[in-house]
Write a protein that binds this ligand. Sequence first.
Ligand SMILES: Cc1cc2nc3c(=O)[nH]c(=O)nc-3n(C[C@H](O)[C@H](O)[C@H](O)COP(=O)(O)O)c2cc1C
Length: 205
Amino acid sequence: MTAPRRLVVGISGATGIAYGIRVLELARAAGLETHLVVTPAGQQTRAYETDLSARDLAALADVAHRPADIGAAIASGSFRTAGMIVAPCSIRTLSAIAYGNGDNLLTRAADVTLKERRRLVLLVRETPLTLGHLRAMTAVTETGGIVMPPVPAFYLRPASVADIVEHTAARALDLLGIDVPGLPRWGEQPATADIGIDNKEAENE
Ligand SMILES: Cc1cc2nc3c(=O)[nH]c(=O)nc-3n(C[C@H](O)[C@H](O)[C@H](O)COP(=O)(O)O)c2cc1C
């Protein structure tokens, strides 16, 4: 049975909606059918952080579901998907997912993803973290989820915020086995970094 070319994307109310937007764009470019659910708090951050309307955001997905529609296709395990990415993932949404609280379509779809043993990637964003936050991350990891805080890799020398967002969104898709052309991989790129120590210098030390 081959995995369907279908991805569920959740956007919750943590800062960093740009990550979810880029995941949707890259998934579309990769030919995936995307199913989007945005929480009311996610819509609030959209308004703060972008010039997109709710309609513009919905148009980035093949199907946009209402968070209250807990009867939507993605609420059922029989609707096969390649997995789900929550980007960004608030602590509230993380906690609900960690403890199986399917209180809206996003958290229900995430719980379904876990129960069907599919990949669930959570771009959890908060800082600093309390012990409660860390415990929820542990719980969701024990249940099979992947906690992937959107933390930039500076060795890639990002030139812009867009570069940082691009790399993280592509890595999240990579975790689901979805290829993003041009994703820089350590050891596969021509060397771009001068780490300031060459062999001669090292010999003279
Ligand atoms: C501008 C803004 C930024 C926020 N950033 C974060 C954040 O980075 N992490 C977080 O856990 N909550 C953040 N919140 C709070 C969440 O939106 C709030 O906890 C909300 O209840 C989350 O609901 P949801 O998980 O259903 O989306 C932010 C709220 C606003 C208005």
